[in-house]
Ligand binder design. Structure first.
Ligand SMILES: Cc1ncc(COP(=O)(O)O)c(C=O)c1O
Length: 396
């Protein structure tokens, strides 16, 4: 099996260590979960309320009964985590995160498998990215044991919210933010970590139908030295205007290009992009190289491995918008798709822009390799295929 993965994540972990950002003594994972105090909610949803929500959950609109919460205090470190009712307060209007955006998050999903267990996908990778984001935003890293222990405790408590319907999952949202009530611009001395859960269906209302994308000429998502590779709140706030512009142009999603030369493709909304060159067994799967301004997606990383497992050539390179358009015109590029935890893989059918033209990818319908990779990944995540890479982590 070709091992294409983990280099970026590993290098960056080393950077976190080298940076001198505080590290916390590792505990055993089991003891991390055991140490979380459980105070069950006294007002959980009734069975009827929960079933009504699970019948049509949408995406991220409803939340389960509990959250896991921990506080970090300067000079004292992480205080014991606790499971509490989901609506327990975590700070007032003066907290740093609301004013200065010292806030990061993660996103991963839990799936109910045919063996009855509830599993999540590569949580160590999300824990590591969370630590890297924390470093960039001057927040203390949440130790991996606490990160995974919290997943186990929340999913155990709220397992009735994990559907076994095919297109549904339980979305897990770790969030860390500066919660010191103070208006000085400095790293917060009081930090809160919260893990919440939300039952979800398809991310896009139309399921896996191809999206039309708008290349943003005016707005920039991330510049070298900025926060592009961190999963921080401000990146998403700054993306909303361009997303609205895309919608006004009749497109579903925005595609970002690089800030310097305004020609290299970076990513799409909250997803990484892939391009398929050629067809059949000879096809090559290409994705933009991580330059520091893209979010290093866990799905992107996993697909590089799965594509190689399936016998395709894989490549991480800088690719320009002109190459994308010309490759589609010549037939060299046969498919394009976007990938991320929320929507897994979404085919890209059409591209529109002010400066680069308008074109269709292939015949605008989902590509064969796109759908093959999607199926291969979903089968592992939902427990229907052998997990050769040990990516699945049993939570309950
Ligand atoms: C900006 C951005 N790019 C890419 C991704 C895909 O990352 P992942 O595959 O880890 O969900 C996400 C979602 O987390 C994102 O927000």
């Amino acid at each position: 099996m070709t091992q294409v993965v983990n280099q970026d994540l590993a290098v960056s972990a080393a950077q976190v260590v080298a940076s001198g950002s505080p590290l916390y003594p590792p505990t055993s994972r089991q003891s991390a979960a055991q140490k979380i105090k459980r105070t069950p909610s006294d007002h959980p949803a009734t069975k009827e309320q929960r079933e009504e929500i699970l019948a049509a959950p949408g995406f991220g609109k409803f939340f389960s009964d509990h959250v896991v919460r921990a506080t970090w205090l300067k000079g004292q470190g992480w205080q014991p985590a606790e499971l509490v009712a989901a609506d327990a307060s975590a700070g007032g209007l003066s907290i740093n995160a609301l004013h200065y955006g010292q806030s990061i998050f993660e996103g991963l999903k839990a799936y109910r498998h045919p063996d009855g267990g509830i599993y999540t996908f590569r949580p160590e990778a999300n824990a590591l990215r969370f630590q890297r984001s924390a470093y960039r935003l001057a927040l203390p890293p949440v130790p991996t044991d606490l990160f995974i222990g919290a997943l186990e405790v929340l999913v155990q408590a709220d397992q009735a919210w994990v559907s076994s319907e095919p297109d549904q999952a339980f979305y897990l949202r770790p969030l860390e933010f500066g919660s010191e009530p103070a208006l000085g611009v400095k790293p917060s001395d009081h930090v809160t970590y919260v893990l919440m859960g939300s039952p979800v269906g398809s991310y896009f209302a139309n399921g896996v139908s191809p999206v039309k994308v708008w290349i943003s000429g005016e707005f920039v998502r991330a510049a070298p030295g900025g926060t592009g590779e961190a999963k921080c709140a401000g990146n998403y706030a700054a993306s909303l205007l361009a997303q609205s512009e895309a919608a006004a142009q009749g497109c579903d999603q925005v595609v970002w290009i690089d800030a310097n030369e305004r020609k290299y493709i970076e990513e799409m909304g909250g997803m990484n992009l892939f391009f398929v060159y050629g067809k059949g067994a000879q096809a090559k799967i290409v994705t933009p190289k991580l330059t520091g301004t893209l979010l290093p997606g866990v799905t992107r990383d996993s697909l590089l491995t799965l594509a190689a497992d399936l016998g395709y050539q894989v490549e991480e390179v800088k690719i320009t918008v002109d190459q994308w358009r010309e490759g589609c015109a010549s037939g060299e590029i046969t498919e394009s798709f976007a990938c991320g935890t929320a929507a897994v893989i979404t085919p890209v059918g059409q591209v529109d822009s002010k400066d680069f033209g308008t074109w269709t990818i292939g015949d605008g319908t989902p590509g064969e390799i796109t759908m093959k990779l999607r199926q291969a990944l979903v089968d592992i995540q939902t427990g229907r295929a052998v997990d050769h890479h040990n990516w699945m982590h049993r939570l309950v």
